[in-house]
Design a protein around this ligand. Structure first.
Ligand code: ATP
Ligand code: FE2
Length: 347
């Protein structure tokens, strides 16, 4: 039998811990987080394909292979054992089906074996919540930028509302595809976007590229195609192309973030997701925050990329509101939108 939710005062006085499993895409991540927000460990193993993009089934096979090793490492680093865990949180969506299902299977098995509650977490909400936890942002306009998402969001009437988003590909995907086209190869510790950033720092000439903002939404596919075409001509260096691609794409992101800030009259900007690690993007948003007398908050690098700690923490927030996921309702949700989640823990 799986134990359901009990009010905190009825629970044991020992520190409660959430184990979070993240497997939406190429990372198998595990985090152990205390109910007080202390991150006890956050470890991951990334699947790096031989060539090209991520093949969902190959990534899922990788996750199944490394699961036990990564979970053990998370416990070793935290100095905890399975017995110390109070809830199991897992990324229920959105993401790649085979990858999500591998993580969900591990999470269900652990919850059933330990007889503790299971909490399904929305991956996009988790990127926001870990940013808020790590920076102490209270009620920000969030720019969430990653390989699969590009969203400007703010909390309003019970949910994280989407104020603007990409109409086609995500910014991280745009950078990754261009990097592969330019012959750059990622390493486990250096994502393709980080390689683009490195080269962009050596770029000097700003090449004219299409800038595509439509109301509060964005489009990156035309920008990507144009940059790829110029690359093929060989007229400009890869450094100048990386520099120009970043300048144009990040200006688009900055424009809609600034507009959302002005409209909502919030006083904080939070930058989160894998692309948040980019220093040039951070610099642009910091200027906007300053212009609007607002605080600029950026998720620390170790929590920018997909990670288990953000899932563990968001699981705690949901659990403390009585939100648990019975096993029969724990099927993965490939297209689960950020604004479909009732975030009843946010005040
Ligand atoms: P999702 O869209 O589901 O959140 P994801 O799997 O793409 O997920 P993240 O780990 O949040 O997840 O983001 C990965 C993206 O971040 C990749 O596109 C990667 O190239 C990009 N990235 C990482 N570091 C940098 C950097 N320094 N500059 C720009 N992009 C970066
Ligand atoms: Fe992510």
């Amino acid at each position: 039998m799986v134990i359901g939710w009990r009010p905190l005062h009825e629970q044991d006085s020992k520190q409660q811990i959430s184990l979070g499993i993240e497997t939406t895409a190429d990372d198998f991540g595990v985090g152990l987080v205390g109910f007080d927000g202390e991150i006890l460990s956050n470890v991951f193993d990334v699947f790096v394909p031989e060539k090209g993009g991520i093949h969902p089934r190959e990534a899922a096979r990788h996750h199944a292979k490394v699961a036990q090793k990564v979970i053990s490492r998370a416990f070793d680093e935290a100095g905890k054992t399975l017995k110390d865990v109070s809830i199991i949180s897992f990324s229920q969506g959105p993401g790649l089906g085979p990858c999500l299902r591998t993580g969900a299977t591990a999470a269900r098995a652990l919850a059933a074996y330990l007889k503790i509650p299971l909490v399904g977490v929305n991956h996009c909400v988790a990127h926001i919540e870990i940013g808020k936890l790590a920076t102490d942002a209270q009620d920000p306009v969030t720019l969430y930028v990653s390989g699969g998402n590009t969203i400007v969001s703010a909390f309003d009437a019970g949910r994280y509302r989407v104020f603007g988003e990409t109409l086609d590909i995500a910014i991280g995907n745009c950078l990754d595809v261009f990097a592969r086209r330019a012959g750059l190869r990622r390493e486990p510790s250096l994502p393709l976007g980080a390689l683009v950033e490195k080269l962009a720092k050596q770029g000097k000439e700003l090449i004219e590229l299409p800038y595509s903002v439509k109301g509060m939404d964005l489009s990156f596919s035309g920008l990507l195609t144009a940059t790829e075409r110029i690359l093929e001509t060989g007229k400009f260096s890869v450094e100048d192309l990386c520099f120009s691609l970043q300048e144009v794409a990040f200006s688009m992101l900055a424009e809609i973030t600034e507009r959302a800030l002005a409209h909502t009259e919030k006083r904080e900007i939070l930058l989160t997701g894998g692309v948040a690690a980019n220093e040039r993007l951070q610099e642009m948003l910091a200027v906007i925050a300053q212009d609007h007398d607002s605080r600029f908050c950026v998720v620390p690098k170790q929590y920018a990329l997909d990670n288990g700690a953000m899932i563990a923490w968001t699981g705690i927030l949901a659990y403390l509101q009585g939100l648990i996921t019975p096993i029969e309702k724990s099927m993965v949700r490939l297209k689960w939108r950020l604004d479909d989640v009732e975030a009843s823990w946010v005040r």
